[in-house]
Design a protein around this ligand. Structure first.
Ligand code: FAD
Length: 371
């Protein structure tokens, strides 16, 4: 991977727009265009499709580096990689080529108003009508809603047994509606709004994988990538928050006693603990990648652990960054309160931390995890 090119995009495009993205809920289209042109949106696409043929390790670096500067841009990019994993394995060649060459942005449309964070159990339907399939769903949250070119969309199966089936739904589909735009606490630029499908017509060839195989694809193909990449986003934003906090405490004086905030042992101890936690999170993320790459026996457990651990640690670390910077951190100009707000998405993104604790608890007690 060309790190220089990524760093240049981060410096010249991502950093330049980061404040506007947060303040105005501005979608990071210029960053995506630049990432597409540089081949980074095609990072995990196969070389024979025109992509770079890299894997989770490199995608994690991209997401982590983006999140240090703009967690919204990181989120949009990581959801694109998650959708890409499905399309690479089950999608049509033409579409794979478009993604590989940076000309198509995709995402996942799984969570629904009805089944909420239990994304593996869609209520929305796909029904055969003449030679078309009619899709009806109420998606509760879709990152890059109305901005992506396509959605990896879940419904109940057409006719097979199983919990779900996945479809490719394009953004120009007739019947695709956005009930309202995103105006959230954090990740304000990631355009995560609800989307409604009202009799969207797709061909049966838009099915991704087999009818009824959605659950296996969600858990087998996507969850390892999603968990690792969202963890990388959390690690990146912790880096961003800690480095801004260090800059502030090092440059701010109590003039009457002629000491900087960094000279207070309490402040240094808080920063030390936050740094240890952030580094533990990164070590767990790196071990998870190693477990996945080598097919280690504990890979599934690591995949579940890493998202829960990094999401919760990010809450603590960004809270510490706020604390050590005092009242100054309340102001937007310091840039720390943004990381505090942005960090709060990972633990409610499904599978949520509490659902993961249940899964991990079952795993360690020897019970069926997804049963
Ligand atoms: C910024 C952002 C971007 C998102 N992007 C996408 C996207 O691109 N695609 C997509 O499909 N979804 C997306 N989501 C949705 C996300 O994955 C979750 O589905 C959603 O945040 C869950 O919110 P909810 O209100 O429906 O949770 P609910 O399901 O109502 O949960 C409420 C609370 O109950 C707890 N809970 C629920 N079930 C259990 C259980 N079995 N055991 C213990 N506790 C439980 C939860 O942990 C939570 O604390 C996004 C969410 C956010 C915040």
């Amino acid at each position: 991977m060309n790190h220089n090119e990524l760093n240049q995009i981060i410096e010249t495009v991502v950093a330049k727009n980061a404040e506007k993205i947060d303040r105005e809920s501005f979608y990071p289209k210029s960053a995506l265009d630049a990432l597409g042109k540089a081949g980074i949106l095609g990072l995990i696409s196969a070389k024979e499709m025109g992509g770079q043929g890299f894997g989770l390790r490199e995608a994690s670096q991209v997401v982590e580096n983006l999140a240090k500067v703009c967690p919204s841009t990181a989120m949009v990019t990581m959801m694109h990689f998650c959708g890409t994993v499905v399309i690479e394995k089950y999608g049509a060649k033409e579409l794979r080529k478009k993604i590989a060459t940076g000309n198509h942005v995709t995402t996942l449309a799984w969570s629904e108003n009805g089944s909420r964070s239990h994304f593996w159990a869609p209520i929305g339907t796909a029904k055969k009508n003449d030679n078309k399939i009619l899709i009806n769903s109420q998606k509760s949250w879709v990152t890059s809603a109305c901005e992506a070119d396509s959605y990896v969309w879940s419904t109940q199966p057409l006719s097979a047994e199983g919990a779900s089936t996945l479809w490719l739904v394009t953004n120009d589909s007739v019947g695709l509606q956005q009930p309202f735009k995103f105006d959230g606490l954090g990740l304000r630029g990631n355009a995560s709004s609800p989307l409604k499908a009202e009799n969207i017509k797709v061909d049966e060839s838009s099915m991704l994988g087999n009818d009824g195989a959605g659950f296996d694809i969600m858990i087998g193909d996507v969850l390892p990538v999603f968990s690792t990449l969202i963890s990388s986003g959390s690690i990146g934003l912790m880096e961003g928050a800690i480095s801004r906090a260090i800059k502030h405490v090092s440059s701010t004086q109590h003039e009457h006693i002629k000491t900087s905030l960094a000279e207070l042992p309490t402040i240094r101890a808080y920063l030390a603990k936050a740094t240890i936690k952030k580094d533990m999170a990164r070590t767990l993320r790196d071990d998870t990648i190693q477990a996945i790459e080598s097919g280690r026996e504990d890979a599934v457990l690591r995949v579940l652990e890493v998202k829960a651990a990094t999401a919760e640690i990010a809450l603590e670390v960004t809270d510490t960054a706020m604390r050590v910077c005092g009242g100054a951190a309340f102001r937007k100009d310091l840039g720390i309160e943004r990381y505090f707000r942005d960090s709060r998405a990972a633990f409610v993104m499904a599978p949520t931390s509490d659902v993961l604790y249940d899964f991990i608890g079952k795993a360690v007690c020897g019970l069926p995890v997804f049963g």
